[in-house]
Ligand binder design. Structure first.
Ligand SMILES: Cc1cc2nc3c(=O)[nH]c(=O)nc-3n(C[C@H](O)[C@H](O)[C@H](O)COP(=O)(O)O)c2cc1C
Length: 306
């Protein structure tokens, strides 16, 4: 956690391509933009920090273009609608002189693609509840795979789907280390406890890694587990739609295992393994546990009780 805090303040935990501070603050500005009623003055407490983070990110030359576009679009919109105060005027100056050239962009030049939009403009989805439920039932933990290579490209598509998951303040404090080399996959899988007897035939492994450099405060240290788990679920479901099968694998807090995997993957101290996911083409002739699921009558308690 301490190592993560240091990296947070250096803003270097995401390989120079992403800033958790910029992502969080851009998200907070977006929330201010959609507030009902929208206040004439908002985000005053952190707007200077935000434009400084934006400028810093821009100056690295390595920062993700998409992240900069999003932050820039949101900041353009913010400065267009917010009322002036001394702090906001200062932030506006820092933003337009430091980051965007020497002038406020003319009307037609403003980037507006990634700013908030009305819910009515959300992309439509043709997936029915029944279709989705069917996918959920089809996805089961599959432990036996065909001897068939999994393409890294396919896994990237699944990761793109995983990245659509919600995360606290949209920081996405995780990454996926992917190996499609069976020898490496079983070597990595053997670091975990729950794979005895079947890890030798994993065609691919995804190591889900949480990034503690996304936070300045210890109180947020659990978010890596929540955010990465939500994304991992999407990854597994997406893999299923791509013809693949998966098995999540527990990563217990065991010192020995931690040391082994850190050494293999050269993980820095501010990153923590959340879980592993075995991936491959499921062997149609092998068994899958039935895994009965609880129904809503056991899972739901209404409040106030009826
Ligand atoms: C966090 C987590 C850790 C798991 N660890 C293992 C594991 O180490 N070995 C294994 O064979 N299965 C593991 N599983 C798979 C579970 O056994 C499986 O999800 C559960 O029995 C329900 O079956 P289903 O996934 O087919 O619905 C894990 C699942 C989760 C969510």
């Amino acid at each position: 956690m301490l190592e993560g805090r240091i990296r947070y303040y250096e803003n270097s935990g995401h390989g120079g391509r992403s800033s958790p501070l910029l992502r969080r603050n851009t998200h907070r500005v977006e929330k201010g933009l959609i507030m009902k009623p929208r206040r004439p003055v908002f985000a005053e407490g952190f707007i200077l920090e935000t434009v400084h983070a934006f400028n810093r990110a821009r100056s690295t030359g390595t920062h993700s273009d998409e992240e900069l576009t999003w932050a820039g679009d949101v900041l353009d919109e913010y400065f267009e609608v917010v009322s002036d105060t001394p702090v906001i005027r200062q932030a506006r100056n820092v933003y337009y002189t430091g980051a965007r050239g020497d002038a406020v962009p003319a009307e037609g030049e403003r980037r507006t693609k990634s700013k908030p939009y009305p819910r009515s403009e959300s992309p439509a989805s043709a997936i029915s509840f029944e279709d989705l439920f069917g996918l959920f039932v089809r996805r089961r933990s599959v432990r036996w795979y065909l001897d068939k290579t999994v393409s890294a490209e396919l896994l990237r598509s699944a990761v793109d789907a995983a990245a659509q998951a919600p995360s606290a303040c949209n920081r996405q404090p995780f990454r996926f280390i992917v190996t499609t080399e069976p020898a490496s996959a079983s070597r990595i899988a053997q670091c975990a406890g729950g794979t005895a007897g079947f890890s030798h035939q994993f065609p691919a492994i995804v190591v889900v890694v949480g990034n503690l450099s996304a936070y300045p405060l210890e109180r947020d240290r659990h978010l890596i587990y929540i955010d990465a788990a939500l994304a991992s679920m999407q990854l597994m479901l997406a893999a299923e739609t791509l013809g693949l099968a998966t098995c999540p694998i527990n990563w217990p807090d065991v010192d020995e295992a931690e040391k082994r995997i850190r050494k293999i993957l050269k993980l820095p101290l501010h990153e923590r393994v959340i879980m592993l996911i075995a991936i491959g083409y499921g062997d149609p002739a092998s068994g899958v546990p039935y895994s009965q699921k609880k129904r809503s009558d056991m899972l739901v308690d209404e409040f106030p009780p009826k």
